[in-house]
Design a protein around this ligand. Structure first.
Ligand code: NAD
Ligand code: DAU
Length: 358
């Protein structure tokens, strides 16, 4: 492959850019930084969808490369071709329930895939790593589960409890090990639950929205007492932009919404919003709520203390949850074609396997 001579200030490879959060990050960077060339590197698994980036595909600073991060030869080829100055790494298997069904898929992509990317950075960037950066996007789930009080800080010891979180914790450790051992310039963030447009309907909020639209049962695990801290996905993308440009090499930053909700309360809120938007009788959607067998090893509560990113880098969430949820519902109602595409075929098989046993 011939290397491409670039007229851009820098070339950033963003992995997982066809997924939920990745597509928002790619969109933000492509539009905000015309001086950067953005290469979206994605294998297009069931969770990756080029419809997510359709609005930016004609931008002159945007390129898509279909590649599996576990394919070492292909990844090294992309480094040679594009001469990346930075990588923002979001590609991952991301759904906890799927990690319970098939843990090794998570070990492969999240651990081995991250290792292959780190090795490529080492190989192509050393000995001169000045102005290079490997940004690893991770999750608050690496910290384990909280009781009814307390928050995760950057110093909270790792205690992952699902195959997904264990694989993300392993990748976090690898990233820091490459920093300490090989002086690779890295930065990392650990974020709470995101919500917003283009969210694959296997996750709580988009699954409930889709089921309410279709008057299907709303499967709440256990008693719905588990608590998550929800953040508008575009605020996460802004946090990533902030950390990418202002974060300190070798450091990690927690990102969260200061917005804790019990699952059952969130589902009630969604039902109320949707009854109104769908012109249904008040209380109609709530009748669809069905309590089902709990998730194995279900973490009780996540809550992020985002003081560090707030005080040092000046980031804070911009949107109130009720407003963000209403915007999210609107997006799904206006983008039923997107939903129909992603829920055809393979999704039906997953849904049957995941929910019919409960
Ligand atoms: P997603 O499942 O929506 O998207 C993942 C993307 O990665 C998809 O486009 C998929 O095609 C791609 N991908 C998967 N395996 C790949 C491989 N082997 N090679 C190349 N591409 C591959 O995930 P998401 O929810 O957007 O999460 C993105 C990142 O953010 C993940 O690393 C996740 O752990 C982290 N994160 C997610 C949340 C959340 O609430 N969704 C919160 C905190 C952190
Ligand atoms: O905290 C960050 C993490 O948030 C990310 O790292 C993960 O990639 C992301 O998937 C998310 O993990 P969760 O397991 O918290 O998200 P999920 O949407 O799957 O579930 C949210 C809560 O809702 C959880 O307590 C389980 C519950 N749930 C989920 C589904 C899919 C239900 O009650 N019913 C469901 O059908």
């Amino acid at each position: 492959m011939e290397p491409i001579i670039s007229e851009f200030d820098k070339t950033i490879g963003i992995t997982g850019g066809a997924g939920f959060i990745g597509s928002h990050v790619v969109r933000l960077f492509v539009k905000k930084y015309p001086q950067y060339r953005i290469v979206n590197i994605d294998a297009l698994t069931y969770a990756g969808n080029l419809e997510n980036t359709k609005d930016i595909e004609s931008y002159p600073n945007y390129i898509f490369e279909r590649a599996d991060i576990c394919d070492e030869e292909k990844i090294n080829g992309l480094f040679t071709r594009y001469g990346f100055n930075a990588i923002i790494h979001l590609a991952a298997e991301s759904h906890v329930d799927r990690s319970i069904m098939d843990p090794l898929a998570f070990v492969k992509t999240n651990v081995l895939g991250t290792g292959i990317l780190l090795n490529a950075c080492r190989r192509h960037w050393q000995p001169d790593v000045a102005n290079k950066l490997f940004y690893h996007v991770s999750t608050d789930e690496v910290y384990g589960s909280l009781g009814t009080t307390g928050f995760f800080t950057e110093e909270t010891p790792y205690d992952p409890r699902s195959p997904y979180s264990a694989s993300k914790a392993s990748s976090d450790h690898l990233v820091m090990a490459y920093h300490h051992t090989y002086r690779l310039p890295v930065v990392m963030s650990n974020c709470s639950n995101n919500y917003g447009s283009h969210h694959f309907p296997e996750k709580l909020i988009p699954l409930m929205i889709n089921n309410i639209i279709n008057r299907k049962p709303l499967p709440v695990y256990g008693k719905g007492e588990n608590v998550r801290d929800w953040l508008w996905v575009e605020d996460h993308a802004i946090a990533i932009d902030t950390i990418f440009h202002k974060g300190k090499v070798g450091e990690k930053y927690n990102v969260g919404g200061f917005n804790e909700w019990k699952n059952i309360d969130l589902v009630y809120l969604l039902c109320r919003i949707m009854d109104q938007k769908l012109n249904r009788t008040v209380g109609e959607s709530e009748k669809l709520i069905t309590f089902v067998k709990d998730r194995a090893g279900h973490d009780l509560r996540y809550a992020i203390d985002a003081t560090k990113i707030n005080q040092i880098l000046g980031w804070k969430p911009s949107l109130q949850f009720e407003e963000g949820l209403a915007k999210t519902v609107d997006w799904y109602l206006e983008n039923q074609e997107w939903v129909n595409h992603v829920t055809s075929g393979q999704y039906q098989q997953y849904y049957t396997e995941q929910y019919n046993k409960r």
